[in-house]
Design a protein around this ligand. Structure first.
Ligand SMILES: [Zn+2]
Ligand SMILES: [Zn+2]
Length: 283
């Protein structure tokens, strides 16, 4: 497989995603890169490294789409984060790729999918890092003792990052906007200590069940709408209003013709798989 073959396969992901073999593309890229490094062609190695990241982004998006289809929502969430991080590295360092390989679609879709997930709080560990090593030259480095390699830079086809060791965990905090999104707060079963997924994924499920193909376009709008009081007959007049305003029901929405609740309206580019109606969700 030549580099041109790889570029064609990556460029046509919208139509070939279900039949192309990504391990083959990946090993072709690795072999081409190895050759370029041996021949001292650093620019070629850098370009090949970028295409490895493009393959990763596409594969992460496709995997997350498949996982959402089968109800593996937390797994999909983690893979979406990997797509987000890889995209952010690529487009910060090489903005010229923004318009190709469906990256524009993926870049717009990943954050919109993430916004439909019910997660609000995350565990954020605080560390004290004693030793940091450069992945390129393997020197221990500090602010006073830099090695000259830039984190995120490509050297002989490899991305520079910092390897940390000798970490002291200072503590953990529960936060709303973490630097890493995978540390979702889950409940655990007190008897078995197994993770219990207490979240409601109905919005993600609603959307994904209506999309036939990963690159079908969609958009959504979050608004509020009044829902009939008959749906909330289990709530007493003196209890808190189901709109979550914190006020008593009788002093809030009961004075109007319905309970004000968030409402998401989806629009699909192609005819959706099932009859689409609006979906109500609660935060
Ligand atoms: Zn270095
Ligand atoms: Zn209310």
């Amino acid at each position: 497989m030549t580099f041109d073959d790889v570029k064609t396969l990556l460029g046509e992901v919208r139509i070939n995603y279900s039949i192309r073999k990504s391990p083959e593309i990946s090993s072709a890229l690795a072999a081409l890169k190895e050759r370029a490094v041996l021949d001292g062609e650093d620019d070629a190695a850098e370009e090949l490294c970028c295409h490895e990241q493009i393959l990763t982004i596409q594969e992460c998006y496709l995997k997350a789409f498949a996982q959402m289809k089968t109800g593996e929502y937390y797994e999909a969430w983690c893979v979406l984060e990997k797509a987000e991080n890889t995209l952010s590295w690529l487009l910060t360092n090489y903005p010229k790729y923004a318009g190709c390989f469906e990256l524009r679609f993926i870049c717009a879709t990943v954050p919109r999918l993430q916004s439909l997930f019910p997660y609000k709080y995350f565990i954020s560990p605080e560390f004290l890092i004693r030793t940091k090593r450069c992945s390129i030259c393997e020197k221990n480095i500090s602010i006073r003792n830099p090695c000259g390699h830039r984190v995120g830079g490509v050297y002989k086809g490899k991305i520079c990052h910092r390897e940390v060791s000798d970490i002291e965990v200072l503590g953990t905090a529960i936060v709303a906007n973490p630097s890493q999104k995978y540390s979702v707060v889950f409940l655990s079963d007190p008897a078995t200590k197994e993770r219990k997924d207490q979240y409601n994924y109905s919005v993600v499920q609603y959307l994904i069940s209506r999309l036939a193909e990963p690159f079908d376009g969609w958009s959504h709008e979050v608004t509020k709408r009044r829902h009939p009081h008959s749906r909330y007959s289990f709530v007493g007049r003196n209890e808190k209003c189901p709109c979550e305003s914190g006020m008593k029901y009788k002093k809030c929405c009961l004075l109007t013709d319905g309970v004000l609740r968030p409402h998401i309206q989806f629009t699909f580019q192609k005819k959706p798989l099932l009859a689409a109606e609006a979906v109500e969700y609660s935060e």
